[in-house]
Design a protein around this ligand. Structure first.
Ligand code: FPP
Length: 247
């Protein structure tokens, strides 16, 4: 299917504003091909590039991908080092094209444990794109939903201790302002590839009312076509946000 035909399949009035993806199954995909797990991550980067292009063409408002969790440090050192190398290469190779596509790149997570090189690449890429007005593309790296919520609580506790606000003034919206995702729309659609049926500590606050889309497809084989299918499927969901839809 041509790119235009694919994009025409989507009813633009029923698009999610914010799509989040748990890019799982890279390792399993590689094992099935008789390759090293690292080859799965390399293939995952190629898939990510195609998904971002599709998001740009669809004028999606926000796309967030789970690239490295706070728990992923427990993986073998060689795999962690390989992933770090991929992040670095990705930022180096992709940042100009992202910028030309008006993408606004952000990182969610701690990131201070990354190497000075990666930290400076993150800083320079996000600075470069900070005034862009296209797709908000967020990479969650050294990210955990619980960790993000704890960091937000700590920031608010400091503000209360300093007398800047009172405990009673803390509302859901005040809390959201301290999250990494400040300024982003809530997650409408959460996609997980790789067949597992769990959230894995991803965007716990932001996905409170997200529609969930689980697919057995391993991330390297997740195509723009399936991405568009997930968006079309989202358009058919009956979202009630705890209320009732009166017809
Ligand atoms: C999960 O698959 C995937 C990851 C932990 C890393 C995701 C990273 C990429 C797609 C590439 C790098 C991303 C960027 C932004 C450059 P898994 O390894 O857990 O697969 P498995 O469940 O089959 O073992």
């Amino acid at each position: 299917m041509t790119a235009d035909n694919l994009l025409n399949k989507v009813d633009k009035t029923k698009m999610p504003r914010h799509v989040a993806i748990i890019m799982d199954g890279n390792g399993r995909w590689a094992s099935l091909q008789g390759l090293l797990r690292s080859a799965g991550h390399t293939a995952g980067v190629k898939t990510l590039k195609k998904i971002l292009t599709t998001a740009v063409n669809l004028k999606l408002e926000a796309l967030t991908v789970y690239a490295f969790s706070t728990e992923n440090w427990k993986r073998p050192l060689t795999e962690v080092e390989f992933l770090m190398h991929l992040f670095s290469e990705y930022l180096e190779n992709e940042k100009m094209e992202m910028h030309q596509n008006n993408v606004r790149l952000k990182f969610f997570g701690r990131t201070e444990d990354f190497s000075p090189l990666i930290q400076s690449q993150i800083k320079s890429a996000t600075e470069l794109m900070k005034n862009n007005t296209g797709v908000k593309f967020n990479i969650a790296a050294d990210y955990g939903g619980q960790d993000e919520i704890v960091r937000a609580a700590q920031k608010l506790a400091r503000k209360v201790a300093a007398g800047e606000i009172s405990a009673e003034q803390i509302s859901a919206s005040v809390f959201e302002d301290e999250l990494d995702t400040v300024g982003q729309p809530p997650v409408d659609l959460l996609i997980r590839t790789g067949g597992d049926l769990r959230i894995s500590n991803f965007l716990l606050w932001q996905a409170a009312y997200a529609e969930l889309y689980f697919t057995k497809t391993n991330f390297p084989e997740f195509t723009p076509e399936e991405f568009v299918d997930a968006l079309i499927n989202f358009g058919k969901r009956d979202r009630r946000f705890g209320g009732v839809n009166l017809v």
